[in-house]
Design a protein around this ligand. Structure first.
Ligand code: FDP
Ligand code: ZN
Length: 331
């Protein structure tokens, strides 16, 4: 995965000047820019040329490793690789693809699961439908001003930066997320679609020092999960992509197997928390490879607070009437 992330990083950095040789199997798309739309994936998202290029680079790299099966956001069904190999990998080859054209941070996310001996070696999804607490390793790369690899093998979360020679060098061992924070991340344009507990939580943050929290909060939304995760690992914060009332968004936007699970593993290993709003992400048993899940992660105290708002609607009524009945975005 490190080799794949290095190659994807180079491909992205070259932009429109990427050499055809770097494009591997997708030569047919070589006349297109990284951000040009080429199709639609199983989850109904548009696929851009770079999504498919990154997918090919990852799958080709994993062919050289002892990997039984790879499940990718960009392939409807899992792809069988080495029969009898001990692990399977779930991957979002190119996360944050709406940021490709605007030269903002994008990334690659991966989850490594044990491939049990009884598991079929065909393209069955079963190998990838294990709860996240069974992950052996998880990580992501962020292609930003620096290319960063964040990795856990189940003993802490560690940060590596890609150097000019193409090696990932350790820059942060056992990074930790502060339990408290004054910064939240959510796509606030969906405010009117959220359920009451999420609205109440955000209202209380927005009401700042004058509200029930008694202090001001800052907001960030990059639109790229990996970049939000890197910010939270660096300076704390809480990220929310809840379910909402829009068509197809009952379970939010993010995918359990190759987005929420690896991020949750990394965050927990750094002392943070990751929840659906009602329970731990890593305890969910996936029903299918591309399933979505509401995701709230980051500083432990804030994630717990969101859970409290969700699990105890009574607590919403106990908030000051000013904030219980009307939000800052409502008259
Ligand atoms: P994208 O669809 O651009 O790949 O992976 C899903 C994701 O990006 C996340 O990286 C990001 O946090 C989120 O979707 C952004 O969603 P909105 O456009 O709804 O804000
Ligand atoms: Zn993604």
């Amino acid at each position: 995965m490190a080799t794949a992330c290095r190659d994807i990083s180079r491909l992205i950095a070259a932009g429109p000047f990427a050499a055809p040789a770097a494009d591997l199997a997708r030569a047919a798309h070589m006349d297109l820019g990284h951000g040009d739309i080429v199709g639609e994936n199983a989850g109904g998202d548009q696929q851009k040329a770079l999504d498919l290029r990154a997918h090919d680079i990852v799958v080709d790299a994993l062919r050289t490793a002892p990997v039984a099966m790879v499940g990718s956001e960009e392939a409807d069904a899992p792809i069988p690789l080495a029969s009898g190999a001990p692990v399977s990998v779930a991957v979002d080859p190119l996360d944050g693809s709406s940021n490709i054209d605007v030269n903002m941070s994008i990334g690659t996310i991966f989850s490594v699961l044990p491939h049990r001996s009884w598991m079929p070696h065909d393209a069955s999804e079963a190998a990838l439908l294990q709860p996240g607490h069974r992950q052996l390793a998880a990580g992501y790369a962020t292609y930003g001003p620096m290319t960063e690899l964040v990795l856990t093998l189940g003993r802490g979360t560690h940060v590596f930066i890609l150097d000019e020679a193409g090696a990932f060098r350790l820059t942060g061992a056992n990074v930790t997320i502060a339990p408290q924070t004054g910064e939240f991340a959510i796509n606030a344009s969906n405010y009117r679609h959220w359920d009451a507990p999420v609205r109440a939580y955000i209202d209380d943050c927005l009401s700042g020092a004058e509200g029930m929290r008694g202090r001001d909060f800052n907001m960030r939304w990059i639109g790229s999960l990996v970049a939000e995760a890197s910010r939270i690992l660096t300076r704390g914060g809480v990220f929310l992509y809840p379910g909402d009332q829009r068509d197809g968004y009952a379970e939010g936007r993010l995918r359990l197997v190759y987005e929420a699970n690896p991020i949750a593993f990394l965050v927990e290993q750094a002392g943070g928390a990751a929840s659906t709003g009602t329970g731990r992400i890593l305890d969910l048993v996936p029903g299918e490879l591309h399933q979505r899940v509401p995701l709230i992660f980051g500083s432990r105290d804030e994630v717990e607070r969101v859970e409290n708002y969700t699990s105890d609607p009574h607590s919403l009524g106990e908030r000051s009437p000013l904030f219980g009945r009307r939000g800052l975005f409502r008259a």
